[in-house]
Design a protein around this ligand. Structure first.
Ligand SMILES: *Cc1c(COP(=O)(O)O)cnc(C)c1O
Length: 351
């Protein structure tokens, strides 16, 4: 018998491409098209390299203090990690230990099934409606836990907060994770449900709305009990996740709420214009509350549009699987100028 037979084999998640060229208009990974707050640049410039001699603050106090202020929570309600991917992965490991299948939509963030496979957590996917809506009834059943991205990715569709609450309330004997990576672009957050529901974990990130995908900060919000279990697993894994520079940068970003609101409003405005122009060009899509639009065209295939745009240095995301979405493109909302270029290129193809 070879040692290979006993290896924990996994099929990894495939992130969107990061081209080296700065010529590329990058609309393929939902990054923010604007730079982070000027306070972030200042925090980096003023950082004392001597501080890196010591291990970081395991509680990331400077950052969690700012998060508590920003979200109207106590520090004990907050967990931070290396991007929300780190937080979500630890959450899967921590809460989904019943042996019963965890449930999430068939079309959603494609990391969920990767973590379930990695940790040997049984799971079942629930089919979205034809219009990509999550069917509430599917989540009112016996299960080992629930994971919902809201708004969902890559569809962009928001599930009303009332429905989220019903799902959380029904599943009171297991954990419900709500992944709010895109919530700041116009959806309603489940953070307000935390005081009433001890089984709810809300996960957010600095990667999209705060323009800090590169610094890697994600956070989870919940009642003290659920957060403490997550911390126990984290501290059984790696005490020092966020480094002191990251902590300083994250806190600085949170101190500039005006800038955050400004760039978020710009993206929402551009998104609405982009929807209008895409519609005029013959695209259809479910209404997006995120910083991307998930669209298909009435006569040109996704593959063709993808290749055409790519030749013009405009990168968008095309998922070949599942089959149900392989004729869709996920197009991130860029700056006004980038959106102009996208529309001009599309007009060249679609006459
Ligand atoms: C981008 C994204 C994440 C992960 O973001 P991080 O950069 O790891 O914080 C998590 N969930 C969804 C649905 C996302 O789109």
């Amino acid at each position: 018998m070879s040692w290979e037979e006993n290896v924990r084999k996994v099929v990894p998640y495939v992130p969107g491409e990061q081209p080296k060229s700065s010529e590329v208009i990058k609309l393929n990974t939902n990054e923010n098209p604007y730079p982070p707050s000027p306070l972030v640049a200042k925090a980096l410039k003023d950082y004392d390299a001597g501080l890196l001699r010591k291990y970081p603050d395991t509680q990331a106090t400077e950052l969690t203090d700012e998060l508590a202020k920003t979200y109207g929570l106590e520090k004990e309600n907050i967990f931070v990690g290396i991007g929300s991917d780190d937080v979500l992965s630890l959450a899967f490991l921590t809460y989904f230990n019943s042996g019963k299948p965890v449930i999430f939509p068939d079309i959603t963030y494609s990391f969920y099934d990767v973590w379930a496979e990695l940790y040997r957590i049984p799971y079942e996917t629930k089919e979205l409606d034809a219009d990509f809506t999550i069917r509430k009834e599917d989540y009112l059943c016996e299960n080992g836990g629930v994971v919902i991205a809201n708004p969902n990715a890559p569809t962009g569709v928001e599930l009303p907060l009332e429905v989220i609450e019903e799902i959380v309330a029904f599943n009171k004997d297991r954990v419900v994770i709500v992944d709010e990576a895109y919530v700041d672009f116009g959806a309603r957050s489940a953070v307000s449900l935390i005081p009433e529901h001890d089984n709810l974990l809300v996960v957010q990130t600095f990667s999209k709305s705060r323009a800090l995908a590169g610094i890697r900060i994600g956070m989870a919000f919940g009642q003290k009990k659920i957060i403490d279990f997550l911390k126990d697993v984290k501290f059984s894994f790696n005490s020092y996740t966020l480094n002191p520079l990251t902590i300083a940068v994250g806190a600085a970003a949170l101190r500039d709420d005006a800038y955050f609101k400004e760039i978020t409003a710009k993206t929402v405005k551009t998104r609405e214009r982009m929807k209008k122009e895409l519609k005029e060009l013959g695209f259809s899509f479910a209404d997006s509350k995120t910083n991307f639009v998930f669209a298909r065209h009435e006569s040109h295939s996704a593959e063709e549009i993808y290749a055409f745009l790519r030749e013009r240095n405009i990168f968008v995301r095309h998922f070949k699987k599942p089959e149900r979405i392989n004729d869709h493109l996920r197009i991130s909302v860029g700056t006004e100028e980038e959106t102009d270029k996208l529309i001009i290129a599309l007009k060249e193809l679609i006459k």
